[in-house]
Design a protein around this ligand. Sequence first.
Ligand SMILES: NC(=O)c1ccc[n+]([C@@H]2O[C@H](COP(=O)([O-])OP(=O)(O)OC[C@H]3O[C@@H](n4cnc5c(N)ncnc54)[C@H](OP(=O)(O)O)[C@@H]3O)[C@@H](O)[C@H]2O)c1
Length: 286
Amino acid sequence: MTLHSLVRPAVVVVGASRGIGKAIAEVAAKEGATVVLVARSPEGLAAAATDIRKAGGEAITLALDLMAEDAAARLEDFLSANSLMCDVLVNSAGYGLRGGATVLPVDDQLGIIDLNIRALTHLTLHFLPGMVARGRGGVINLGSVASFTPGPYMALYYASKGFVRSFSEALHQELRGTSVTVTCVAPGPVSTEFLEKSGANRAALFKILPKLDSEYVAERAWHGFKSGRRLVVPGISAKLTAFVAALLPSAVMLPLIGRLQRRSNDPCPCGSGKKFKACCGARSNS
Ligand SMILES: NC(=O)c1ccc[n+]([C@@H]2O[C@H](COP(=O)([O-])OP(=O)(O)OC[C@H]3O[C@@H](n4cnc5c(N)ncnc54)[C@H](OP(=O)(O)O)[C@@H]3O)[C@@H](O)[C@H]2O)c1
């Protein structure tokens, strides 16, 4: 037996302490994969690992802030120390913010680029060459239906998901014939803490759109990936949203989304310090 054969393949899920990432880890573990759960909160990770073990799966955890410069190297070291290799990478860590781009704190908005774009890209580029060399495995990247259009009042989030879909679909094409798959998953609203934390659930758009369960999204994501799919858009309403976004011109989509994501009590984007309804909102209604 060679040293190499002692190294076991693992499904590495970043953003696995809750939500969609945790649900994908559960699906993979149910199919017999060893899963490595990564997120910042040790308590959330321990709870997620306990659920997986109770269901008969194998899970180990790593508490790590993916925004740290050396996150990819630390994850690699952790895998080596546990005689594991990243066979499948699931990039599910991400966050968003609802509100005017001129009003939301700049650092919080830049953090969306650091996590949703930079960390996802770094991990993908770090682990893909090994997968290609082994001729197996792949990457699941969590995009969103937000990737199909710009999104006023969630500008950074929509733009970050546009990047994720573009990057993932291009990689999928580049890797044709290698037995390695990159799949972008683009759900509409999913009932997780994301909606509350981002403030999205206070916008009319997210009240109108039906919400999916993370378990359903995870099943679609995992089986779509296993079948080599480039893009998975789970659920009818997300498919419809993506279709409408592709059909309607920006001149229609932008004011529509802006209206559905802005709240009249929001601080006015013009910087007056007043509420929107008492400032530019009042002027545009008069
Ligand atoms: N929920 C939706 O409506 C929806 C719709 C479409 C797409 N998505 C996308 O799906 C993905 C998962 O979303 P979700 O709904 O499952 O969100 P969630 O419930 O808020 O989970 C986010 C996960 O990311 C981890 N995370 C956040 N910041 C991190 C950091 N700096 N380093 C390491 N881990 C970090 C969180 O754990 P810790 O806080 O412990 O670090 C948590 O495990 C995101 O990319 C999101 O944009 C969500």
